[in-house]
Write a protein that binds this ligand. Structure first.
Ligand code: ISE
Length: 355
């Protein structure tokens, strides 16, 4: 590989377009060469914003193209298995947006496929692991000064969701999945059980959609994680996390003050305060930048860093249990294979995460 990574982006929705901009404008040692989306008109519109980027409708063609050295998948989860396998088949590093796939079995097939290949090529897009506040929290908790971590309390709110197709299950699979990864990351353990509770829904949700939801995770070591996910909160993007340990607690994700002013001329009022970001692209802009830069740098070194295919599989397994719990209201045990023998379904036991 050269000293500049030639990148292709598959999927030109909100995240695909954001990643394309990022690769072109804010990522060192990377060059965007192609974008692909079944909606070719949209793909062309995106490519047209940059010099020398071609657009097509066929993701598999982009993945196989000789001028593409590495691929960002920002396509919907139901096509990820085929597209990730296509990347592995041609030995190209892939940054796959979450969810890795739609169910545990397909995610497990990817774990096995990468294992068969004998080297890491897959990074999963859990960008919060690159967010400076989450990484700081992780190092405080693993530093040990506060003792064992006992609880996490997460809040995850979106102002609204893009369309009426965003059903209750998607709140688990597309939104809560971030908290699943955060819990695994911060505790360094697997989630062994999940219960999803269904409060009375907001009138802003589409008919039949359960929003907000409250989910409780039990960690392998007995710790508990509470999560509020509310995707039609009407206000903005709020993601907070409080960790409670034996000798103190730590909160991240509170609005920063930004501006302090005693002048009536500033914003019309003598006051100070912060603002709530409109969506995840703003709140996690730095995390996404660091995530993509780390992916590019590691690909150029011939390595892979960040959330692995196992992390993607483990999160999918928790989401599957979460969707079952959403339907029944019961606490559901997470069905996870033995990490060291991924295809041996006889040994489906929860394990300590070893990342
Ligand atoms: C979206 O796909 C994301 O990943 C966002 O981070 C999350 O807040 C949102 O709820 C999801 O739909």
């Amino acid at each position: 590989m050269s000293d500049v990574l030639r990148v292709g982006v598959v999927g030109v929705g909100i995240m695909g377009a954001d990643h394309a901009e990022r690769v072109v404008r804010r990522t060192a040692h990377a060059r965007l060469v192609a974008v692909a989306d079944p909606d070719e008109v949209r793909a062309k519109e995106l490519a047209g914003r940059f010099d020398g980027v071609r657009a097509g409708a066929d993701a598999l063609e982009l993945i196989a193209s000789e001028d593409v050295e590495a691929v960002i998948l920002a396509s919907p989860g139901f096509v990820h298995e085929e597209q990730v396998l296509a990347c592995l088949a041609v030995g190209k590093p892939v940054l796959c947006e979450k969810p890795l796939t739609m169910d545990s079995d397909s995610s497990l097939r990817l774990v096995q496929a990468e294992r068969d290949l004998g080297r890491r090529l897959i990074q999963v897009g859990f960008m919060r692991r690159f967010d400076p506040e989450y990484t700081q929290l992780k190092s405080v908790l693993s530093g040990g000064t506060l003792g064992r971590t006992l609880l996490l309390h997460n809040v995850h709110r979106n102002a609204s969701v893009p369309n009426a197709d965003f059903r209750s299950e998607m709140i688990v699979r597309d939104s809560l999945v971030h908290e699943v990864d955060v819990a695994r990351f911060l505790f360094g353990e697997e989630v062994v059980a999940i219960q999803v509770l269904s409060p009375a829904p907001t009138s802003h949700a589409s008919a039949g959609v359960i929003d907000p939801q409250v989910a409780i995770f039990t960690m392998a070591g007995g710790g508990l994680v509470t999560n509020e996910v509310f995707v039609n909160s009407q206000i903005g993007y709020e993601v907070r996390c409080e960790a409670v340990a034996e000798r103190g607690s730590v909160v991240i994700g509170r609005a920063s003050s930004g501006l302090y002013s005693t002048s009536l001329a500033v914003d019309g009022l003598g006051r100070w305060g912060g603002s709530i970001p409109a969506d995840y692209r703003t709140r996690f802009a730095t995390a996404y930048d660091l995530e993509v830069q780390a992916w590019v740098d590691s690909a150029l070194r011939g390595e892979s860093v960040g959330p692995s295919v196992w992390d993607g599989y483990a999160a999918t397994a928790v989401s599957s249990a979460g969707m079952a719990s959403l339907a029944s209201g019961e606490r559901v045990t997470v069905d996870l294979v033995d990490r060291h023998r991924p295809t041996n379904s006889a040994s489906r036991t929860p394990t300590k995460e070893q990342s």
